[in-house]
Design a protein around this ligand. Structure first.
Ligand code: NI
Length: 253
């Protein structure tokens, strides 16, 4: 069994066939999916998906791209949504300095507020860190013991080790299957298996041989297979280990 810990099934890319696609996951052994939100509208769509399907969990929160529209009411709303069944985390949130549409100081403020809420409520947080390693860590270190996962990790072995030392998890997606994947295979061979999660980040980042096409949770076994090559085990075994990790991290079961 497999757990896709970071999907965007509310994305318009799934509007035409969402229901049939979701029903098809189980045939591929994907028994759990966590939908990550991008903004408040997306957070409500995540809640709706989690109410409709008992194997879909949700994270609610605001991505740095939408940080400029963030308000105090949104923070209260996030706290309220976290009381619902299967809404288990805050995210995805963080810092994205690759795109400079949103001023960094606004991104930092909005990330800081969501991290503070996660810490206060004892809920895990899904972190988006793009070209913002130092500032991301600086904010998270304000909340010692916070449960964080770095999603779509593409950093160095040294950085991964630092995150593991802080108790964080690291999540990998389709990029590990790319021929030009540089750091990810090294990181996967270096850090403890117990800290690794699987994700698609669908509809983006489809694994080989679907690279460039629409991604979806049914492709998780392809990512597990690649990690299995690095770990010297079957995709099923990788699925078992990483599903257990995800259940622990998100406090499910
Ligand atoms: Ni994402």
């Amino acid at each position: 069994m497999f757990f896709d810990t970071h999907a965007h099934l509310d994305d318009t890319a799934f509007d035409a066939d969402r229901a049939s696609l979701i029903e098809s996951f189980k045939d591929t052994g994907v028994t759990r999916v966590l939908n990550a939100s991008s903004n408040m509208a997306s957070s409500h769509a995540t809640v709706a998906l989690s109410e409709k399907y008992d194997f879909i969990y949700g994270a609610v929160g605001v991505h740095p791209d939408s940080a400029e529209r963030f308000s105090e009411e949104d923070l209260e709303e996030i706290e309220k949504l976290l009381t619902l069944p299967r809404i288990v985390a805050i995210g995805e949130c963080g810092l994205d300095y690759y795109y400079d549409d949103v001023p960094p100081e606004i991104q930092r403020e909005v990330f800081d507020k969501q991290a503070a809420l996660a810490y206060e409520l004892g809920r895990p947080i899904i972190v988006h860190d793009r070209d913002a390693h130092r500032d991301c860590l600086e904010i998270l270190k304000k909340f010692p013991g916070i449960a964080a996962v770095y999603h779509c990790f593409s950093g160095s072995v040294e950085y991964a080790r630092e995150l593991v030392k802080l108790g964080f998890y690291v999540s990998f997606g389709g990029a590990v299957t790319f021929k030009n994947a540089r750091c990810a295979p090294e990181v996967l061979k270096d850090i403890p298996h117990e800290r690794v999660l699987l994700e698609t980040d669908c509809p983006y980042m489809a694994p080989v041989p679907h690279r460039g096409k629409r991604n979806h949770p049914g492709f998780i076994p392809l990512i597990a297979e690649k990690i299995g090559e690095l770990w010297g085990m079957s995709a099923e075994e990788v699925g078992r280990i990483t599903t257990k990790n995800a259940n622990t991290f998100f406090c499910i079961d």
